[in-house]
Design a protein around this ligand. Structure first.
Ligand code: NAD
Length: 363
């Protein structure tokens, strides 16, 4: 089979779906890799690095399998001929996704978001690999926006107390944020609605904030809270947040708007100079005063809501994503040819164009 690595066109998207390092292993399996000229440019990978790794530079869009990072645009969908396969982030739960268009085009599309979270599929879990990047970078942004140090400093000019850091929503991104804030010397606390997270929070040296709400849902995700639980949570967090210098929020519920955890009143109660980094901006934000994609100052608190943080670290984000993509590809290959076995749960779940019914969209 021919695998095509295309150049991303979304604004600010600097990642690439396969890095050269991963190509020899694919070639060994009988795969031919074609790379669109400049595909690695955003990640500072020259075309020559791809040819040296055994790929050719050419028309990647006509390959049997096109691998991508960002969801395809209309123009990109049009470049895919019937019978081709597409693998990438396809935002299956977004109302404006391209899944119907891909079906119409008779493209077999695999959404990395729909890979089940089972241990066998961990190596393919692109949501996790990219969330790790986002969680790490969120802490660095918080540190650079802060008017205070993260670590405790004992100097001739006086002693500085360590920053207190609260992470709301401790999935993959939140756990990495806690670990990163700890490495910087912050005093860390984690909060989530899934009680099983408490041990993971403690394992990275953070305190567990218990508000007595259990909202563990299906597949390792959280469920949406009832109105009563929401009110209770907002009130309890308003009290808790006052004591923190930095709040990083990452709370998501699949297919739903981001839960509102931090009210305007909670922001007003924070010390001047405190920082909130809200990673849930793409689905509306966890903070009431968040402006997705912007950094704003409200009540003397800096609220930053960066979008697509993984794209800001294109080298390692691409390297991790490449491993996810090649593992998924390997699962579909037999003797170098593409033969996805849909009795395999990973392939059945992630192939979003197979079922007769259009994929459920969020309202
Ligand atoms: P996510 O991005 O969907 O959500 C981030 C966090 O927000 C979650 O921990 C969620 O519980 C939390 N949250 C949702 N609503 C909340 C609210 N109202 N208040 C506070 N917190 C709220 O989650 P994720 O990072 O994708 O991870 C989900 C789980 O899946 C994690 O436990 C992770 O360890 C697990 N996981 C398993 C595998 C695997 O076994 N293959 C792979 C990756 C992740």
């Amino acid at each position: 089979a021919r695998v095509g690595v295309v150049r991303e066109t979304a604004a600010g998207e600097r990642r690439v779906a396969l890095v050269p390092k991963i190509i020899p292993a694919l070639v060994k399996q009988g795969v031919e890799v074609v790379v669109e000229a400049g595909a690695g440019q955003g990640a500072l990978i020259p075309d020559t690095a791809y040819t040296e790794a055994g790929a050719t530079i050419g028309d990647a869009w006509s390959a049997d399998v096109v691998v991508k990072v960002a969801p395809p645009t209309d123009a990109e969908v049009a470049k895919l001929a019937a019978g081709r396969t597409l693998i990438g982030f396809l935002a299956p739960r977004n109302a404006d996704n391209q899944i119907d268009a891909l079906k119409k085009q008779q493209v077999q599309a695999f959404a990395v978001e729909a890979i089940p979270r089972i241990s066998r599929a961990q190596v393919m879990d692109a949501l996790s690999s990219q969330a790790n990047v986002a969680g790490y970078k969120a802490v660095l942004l918080a540190a650079s926006e802060s008017t205070r140090f993260f670590p405790m400093l004992t100097t001739a000019a006086g002693t500085v107390k360590p920053a207190t850091v609260l992470v709301l929503g401790v999935g993959v991104a939140g756990l990495q944020a806690l670990a990163t804030a700890k490495r910087l010397g912050g005093r860390t606390t984690g909060y989530d609605v899934r009680p099983e997270v408490a041990d993971q929070v403690r394992s990275v040296g953070a305190q567990w904030l218990d508000l007595g709400i259990d909202a563990a849902g299906e597949g390792g995700y959280a469920r949406e809270l009832s109105d009563e639980e929401k009110a209770k949570q907002q009130q309890a967090l308003e009290d808790a947040i006052k004591g923190f210098d930095v709040v990083i929020t990452t709370a998501l519920v699949p297919g739903r708007p981001a839960p509102r955890l931090v009210t305007a009143a909670a922001v007003a109660g924070m010390k001047p100079g405190s920082v909130i980094v809200d990673l849930a901006g793409e689905t509306g934000g966890n903070c009431e005063l968040t402006e997705p994609g912007e950094t704003v100052v409200k009540h003397d608190v800096t609220i930053s809501s960066p979008l697509n943080l993984p794209a800001t670290m294109p080298e390692h984000a691409s390297e991790l994503y490449s491993k996810n993509i090649s593992a998924l590809l390997e699962l579909m290959l037999a003797d170098g040819e593409l033969k996805p076995d849909f009795s395999d749960q990973v392939l059945a779940d992630s192939c979003v164009t197979r079922d007769a019914e259009p994929t459920t969209k969020a309202e």
